[in-house]
Design a protein. Structure first.
Length: 225
């Protein structure tokens, strides 16, 4: 079984597109009918996110942590207990390609770090878009780490200790632990994910704040993304 974890904090507006894309990816012919289970971890949600989850064939778990690391860890633990052999992670404000899971598994490795694409820059100036595109490396061997496009075998995830309860950088910490364990991580542009460039961040200091920071005189191109 393949497991997918989506942390969500008040994501009623974005979740429908996110989950519908995941359900399509789960049905891709290349998976040869393997069971795919999707878990949405509803972290301190006060909007209609739970209703979006209940309307679809996915599992919702509730937590009041306001911590993305805790949310990802909880979702992964649930799927591991159900027998998942592969764990894939994305974010509620992201839309995966229909080949997302198939492409991760086609790389035949224990961990995949994928890229993200921003297709709507309407909340930002052309300067921000140009600075981001000058910094970002959308290619193989890119060395970006995104919780919105990450996959790992259950064995490698467990051996590395899984996600830590970090409110920021939980994805980077996991990849660092995988590398420390000698896991051959593939940094691939093959699995495709479109993500939001919204200005209002759910996790302070994360991707949204990185993009917003590009508007300043100090363009932030040295920051991790």
């Amino acid at each position: 079984m393949i497991g997918i974890v989506v942390p969500a904090h008040d994501e009623e507006a974005c979740l429908p597109a996110c989950l519908d894309a995941l359900l399509q990816a789960a049905r891709h012919a290349a998976l040869q009918g393997e069971d795919v289970r999707i878990v949405v971890v509803l972290d301190a949600c006060s909007d209609g996110s739970a209703g979006v989850v209940m309307a679809r064939p996915v599992t919702g778990l509730c937590v009041d942590a306001r911590n993305v690391g805790v949310a990802r860890c909880l979702g992964a633990a649930h799927l591991l207990a159900a027998g998942a052999r592969w764990l894939a992670f994305t974010d509620a404000d992201s839309v995966v390609d229909e080949r997302w899971l198939a492409d991760q598994l086609s790389l035949q490795c224990d961990a995949v770090c994928g890229c993200v694409t921003v297709d709507d820059w309407s909340e930002h100036t052309d300067t921000v878009r140009q600075r981001y595109q000058a910094h970002y490396q959308h290619r193989d061997d890119h060395r970006h780490v995104h919780g919105a496009n990450l996959g790992v075998s259950s064995q490698a995830y467990t051996a590395a200790g899984g996600f830590r309860g970090l409110a920021l950088g939980e994805d980077v910490a996991l990849v660092d632990a995988l590398l420390a364990n000698g896991v051959a991580v593939k940094w691939s542009a093959l699995p495709r994910v479109v993500t939001s460039a919204r200005k209002i961040a759910r996790a302070r200091g994360g991707f949204a704040d990185f993009v917003v920071g590009l508007a300043g005189e100090n363009d932030g191109v040295g920051a991790a993304a």
